[in-house]
Write a protein that binds this ligand. Sequence first.
Ligand code: ADE
Ligand code: ZN
Length: 334
Amino acid sequence: DHMKSFLQELPKCEHHLHLEGTLEPNLLFKLAERNKIQLPSSFPKNIEECSKRYASFEDLQDFLNHYYVGMSVLITEDDFYDLAMAYFTKAEQDGCLHSEVFFDPQGHVERGVSVDLVVKGFDRACRDATKKLGTTNKLIMCLLRHLPASNGMETIKSVEKYHQQGIIHGLGLDSSEKPFPPGLFIDCYKEIKQKYPNVGLTAHAGEEGDYNYVIDSLDKLGASRIDHGINSKQSNELLARLAKNKTMLTMCPLSNVKLQVVKDVGELPINLFLQSDVPFSINSDDPAYFGGYILDNYISVHTRFGFNINQWAKIVNNGIEGSWCDDKRKSELK
Ligand code: ADE
Ligand code: ZN
């Protein structure tokens, strides 16, 4: 319909998507068979059981427990390539012109998969997506905050050459937010900032953790944007700081509902962020698990908030400005 095609045509950018979170049940079961992976008996047996399991998660941890098992079917470089290529294809259909995507190397290395094959598979998909679809993209490596910072440091060392080659463009921090505050990862962020000053810094904060997680991500990690960040609503002082510094929050409406951070998209502090001049973008997080890609997330917001053309123009413009691409690409996106 009219509303959907209007939102489809907006020049959208994705800033908060975990590639492992795009593993659709059909690919998951195909790879399990191809790689002869025996999933635990508690895992859904088929696509139908997945849709029941995914109807709702108790909280972030309940989802993560499932997500780390799901990704265990990814073994070969082609698996990582196929996963990312399927995502880029879907994103392009949704009218997403530029994607900055997360991956979790520790979730694979922990299971004995080499980090090189993970990065090579994802990077090849990134290049092919640009060649075949004309969309642009960047890889952001995330550290798992439930693992020790020393393991994060080893992970950073293990991908040194991909930083030098400009294959990894950002550093993020994800997994169980509480009780793993940003301050635990000061050295990891410092290492990247000193060695690779062009690498963008972000961190998940204020999803389940309170607004102090956001403040610490800014102060202690030097993050230039914040993933989720919705609990910034708890502090007017923080909102003013985010607005002044144009620090973008990468919101994920359908994720917040599925993980029971809010009961309904309409409860999200989107009007507060708009009024406070806090830039935000609208993103997918783990679309295979949360019931929708970027366009579905835009639709969910439009359905609740009914923004006019000018408001949408401001939102997508903030998304372009908050992207980590160069000014030339930004002007193409507008
Ligand atoms: N890993 C994948 N999705 C995540 C989320 N929403 N929060 C934290 N870690 C994640
Ligand atoms: Zn996330």
